[in-house]
Design a protein around this ligand. Structure first.
Ligand SMILES: [Zn+2]
Length: 251
């Protein structure tokens, strides 16, 4: 079996297993948008356009060193219909917050889950700093916030209600702070650089597809390097089969 045929067959079997139907609504997001990933993001967004999908919600890491040209790029993408959202502050931990954080880091988040190093007040301060970066650079405060690795940490829903974003993403769903309601939203990811990670990713994606009516929109989360990784064909096929939007509609 040659590589292309093998990839096509694998993509078909993934879709069969995941029971994805045409026009299923899906929220499309690009994680980790930062000065050092802009070139990869640019290529990725072009590729999505070529295959007839997008635009995306772009999850911005504000605490990086953004040049005026980098900020202009975000503005141009906004002009093309992409939406901005907040994504942590530095996307990097400075220390471990305890045994749970070490376990989370080893199994899932590597060293990016910065909320887990902080107490509730520290997390509130980080989210507020993230929100304030946008108006300081000529943007409106986005509606949506995603903690790195979806690890929200010790902050409560009541504390999130006091912060400027409206919706907050968790691993299992999205919290709407205006309605004080969590909507379960299945999640798909494709960040897999090894055979083991690719297998785990596919099992995780399949598991998430067991959420049926009553759940919110499918969340398709992309990372800037996914097109160089093992599930690149899966992600393009999935994006083409569902009805992708950058807007997160919780119903
Ligand atoms: Zn991230």
């Amino acid at each position: 079996m040659d590589g292309a045929n093998g990839n096509a067959l694998r993509s078909r079997s993934l879709l069969t297993r995941l029971d994805i139907t045409d026009d299923r609504p899906a929220h499309l997001s690009m994680h980790d948008v930062a000065p050092e990933t802009l070139d990869h993001v640019r290529v990725f967004l072009e590729r999505l356009k070529e295959v007839g999908t997008g635009p995306c919600m772009l999850l911005v890491i504000p605490g990086k060193t953004w040049s005026p040209a980098d900020v202009d790029q975000l503005r141009r993408w906004q002009g093309e219909g992409h939406l901005l959202a907040g994504h942590g502050w530095l996307h990097r931990i400075s220390r471990y917050g305890g045994w749970f954080h070490r376990l989370h880091s080893l199994s899932l988040s590597r060293n990016v889950a910065e909320h887990l190093s902080l107490n509730a007040a520290g997390i509130q301060e980080l989210i507020l700093r993230c929100a304030e970066w946008f108006p300081a650079h000529g943007f409106e405060i986005p509606d949506h916030y995603v903690p790195p690795a979806w690890a929200m940490g010790a902050v409560s829903k009541e504390q999130l209600q006091q912060l400027p974003f409206r919706t907050y993403e968790y691993f299992h769903g999205v919290y709407d702070s205006e309605r004080n309601q969590v909507v379960r939203c299945p999640l798909m990811g494709f960040e897999a650089d090894t055979w083991l990670r690719a297998t785990c990713c596919r099992m995780f994606n399949s598991f998430n597809m067991t959420f049926k009516p009553g759940a919110g929109p499918l969340r398709i989360s992309l990372h800037p390097h996914d097109l160089q990784l093992r599930l690149r064909n899966d992600l393009i096929t999935v994006c083409q089969r569902v009805s992708c939007t950058p807007v997160l509609t919780l119903g």
